[in-house]
Ligand binder design. Structure first.
Ligand SMILES: Nc1ncnc2c1ncn2[C@@H]1O[C@H](COP(=O)(O)OP(=O)(O)OP(=O)(O)O)[C@@H](O)[C@H]1O
Length: 340
């Protein structure tokens, strides 16, 4: 067993999880056969993941569908027992689910809800106040703060079932953070929300992180969440950590090109620009193209020399482009808006 660095908020070494999956042929005969002899297959969802997070760090946890993100977060919050390896969160072993540990963490799953459906959110908050033994003055202060940052005025006394998806998600977040946890596991916290609501959730998470120096692990299919909140990125693929670093290095590793944006003084066709780079698009006197990272200066110099350019800017590739480079067709599109 390794010892965790004394200041690590999250310490993970060689963490593993294998699920036993029962397999059954389709149809009635399949059911009969599986009744007589049951076939079991091991799915290695997480295969030896290691990382450390220091207090206050916000990391984006990315990977294609089925990579092992949710399984890792469930192990770190103690909902699943690892098949091997070691995890410590805020100094606790998550699998023991000690009360003192549960007071330090929260797990928010955008697809699941903890609020009581038929009651106003305020009632669920009071239940959480009792469960986490939050003193009255702290409860009132936190409620004031969350109401302010999340704009909860006017929705707390409505039945949860009557709230819009975005209003409900705001209440879910407030309920999950009411006990002021120091470590946040946020699994798709903005899923299905419209762009404004996604921005409110991001602003809330940013504010909470700064106010309480909270450590945050965030998974999201909306890359804007990740770029807005996280400086460090962990990428998991088929249960293994394949990247740990900043966005710029991830772009370098993925081999994604840079984007050159042009403002032209006289029109140029896409065919002409195709001689300078790829993924060319032209809209009147504006154009953009993608060029290999190592050749940015040479291509930019040629464009400036050959064409009548009013302005030229160079941008890093979007994180969507990076993930597409890394995982190609396995990268899921952002989910469609959910209706409730
Ligand atoms: N309860 C379970 N029983 C069996 N297999 C499971 C179970 N939960 C997850 N898996 C499998 O483990 C693997 C990892 O799943 P996990 O949900 O952790 O991935 P993920 O990265 O969160 O994916 P997504 O982005 O689609 O939510 C997948 O192959 C999945 O099918």
């Amino acid at each position: 067993m390794t010892t965790s660095p004394p200041d690590a908020a999250v310490h993970v070494r060689d963490l593993r999880k294998a699920y036993a999956v029962h397999e059954k042929e389709p149809g009635f005969m399949g059911s009969l056969r599986s009744f007589v002899s049951r076939k079991t297959r091991q799915v290695e969802a997480v295969r030896g993941v290691s990382f450390d997070l220091h207090p206050g760090e916000v990391v984006g946890f990315l990977g294609p569908n089925g990579a092992g993100k949710t399984t890792t977060l469930k192990m770190l919050s103690g909902l699943l027992h690892p098949s091997g390896g070691e995890a410590r969160v805020a100094g606790f072993e998550p699998r023991r689910r000690e009360a003192a540990f549960l007071r330090q963490i929260t797990l928010v799953m955008g697809q699941k809800q903890q609020l009581i459906w038929d009651l106003p959110a305020l009632d669920s908050f009071l239940v959480n106040q009792a469960i986490y033994e939050i003193p009255d003055d702290q409860y009132r202060a936190t409620m004031r703060e969350f109401t302010d940052v999340l704009g909860l005025d006017g929705i707390l006394k409505k039945q949860v079932r009557k709230l819009s998806l975005g209003e409900r998600m705001k209440c879910e977040l407030a309920a999950a953070l009411l006990h002021r946890p120091r470590v946040l596991f946020l699994d798709e916290p903005t899923i299905g929300l419209d762009v404004n609501m996604q921005e409110s959730v991001r602003a809330f998470v940013r504010d909470y992180n700064e106010r309480y120096d909270a450590t945050v692990i965030l998974t999201s299919h909306y890359m804007a969440d990740v770029t807005a909140l996280a400086r460090r990125i962990l990428v998991i693929d088929q249960g293994a950590l394949v990247f740990d670093g900043d966005l710029g290095s991830l772009a370098g590793q993925a081999g994604a090109g840079k984007t050159i944006r042009l403002q032209l003084r006289s029109p140029v066709t896409a065919q002409v620009l195709a001689g300078y780079g790829q993924d060319v698009s032209v809209d009147g006197l504006s154009a953009q193209l993608s060029v290999p990272r190592a050749e940015v200066s040479e291509r930019a110099a040629r464009l400036l020399a050959d064409l009548d350019v009013a302005d030229l800017t160079v941008e890093d590739p979007s994180i969507e482009a990076i993930m597409a480079d890394l995982f190609g067709h396995r990268t899921p599109p952002a989910p469609a808006l959910e209706t409730v």
